[in-house]
Design a protein around this ligand. Sequence first.
Ligand SMILES: Nc1nc2c(ncn2[C@@H]2O[C@H](COP(=O)(O)OP(=O)(O)OP(=O)(O)O)[C@@H](O)[C@H]2O)c(=O)[nH]1
Ligand SMILES: [Mg+2]
Length: 257
Amino acid sequence: MCVTCGCDAEGSVTMHVPGQENNHDHSNGHSHSHSNAKTTLSVEQDILQQNNLLAERNKGYFDAKNILALNLVSSPGSGKTTLLEKTLTDLKEELTFSVIEGDQQTTNDADRIHATGTKVTQINTGKGCHLDAHMVLHALQGMKPVNDSVLFIENVGNLVCPAMFDLGEKERVVIISVTEGDDKPLKYPDMFYTSTVCVINKIDLLPYVPFSVDKVKENALKINRNLQIFEVSCTTGEGLNEWYSWLKSKVLAPDKV
Ligand SMILES: Nc1nc2c(ncn2[C@@H]2O[C@H](COP(=O)(O)OP(=O)(O)OP(=O)(O)O)[C@@H](O)[C@H]2O)c(=O)[nH]1
Ligand SMILES: [Mg+2]
């Protein structure tokens, strides 16, 4: 997290709504002290405690509005935005979506989501390596997602720090692509332990890389035996129907799947 990785989670929020541009800056006021171990521990506790309170507030907002909030986490480049582009395009007639994008810099991902016609807000975290509940709260206040909808939050690409920051989401979806190695659940257990869903992406590349789907599933289930696992290729579309069915079932019967 911030204290141990040295990130400075001072960010700005850029709103991208189809047909409307509205940009403004935001600072969440994180401060850090590295003077000694005792101080570091108390700062870390303060940050996480404050985050958890705001995450509860976000959760209450989502529950009150019947918004299914999903936090997408992964290493950089696993295919989070590509999975979103496919999902938003293929299901736009059936479900109502909005997206919060988290990246250190650029509005590249928000631009890609915007191109699908979906309401999107980009959060740039600057030196920060994760989204936190306060950033999401601030984005929600600007974008006002509608009742009975699905909100995707694409976290900053990072398999470590985002695991520690509850955003108030209902489901945490960890994406791993086959080029990353099937040992990743064992090396980065927090992310797999705190997730409810695991999407194995880029299976079209399996013939070209030494990656065992059986092994990565075994490793992921060793860390979290309740993980719901999907195998997909966002390029060929293989496996996406199972992901879509799960998503629709969560919207229709949120606590029964
Ligand atoms: N072969 C293959 N390439 C894919 C697949 N899904 C995504 N990609 C490619 O992987 C690259 C990264 O995809 P992104 O969707 O930008 O990944 P991301 O996780 O959003 O990346 P960050 O936001 O930077 O963390 C792009 O070049 C995609 O075209 C897939 O299923 N198969
Ligand atoms: Mg992305």
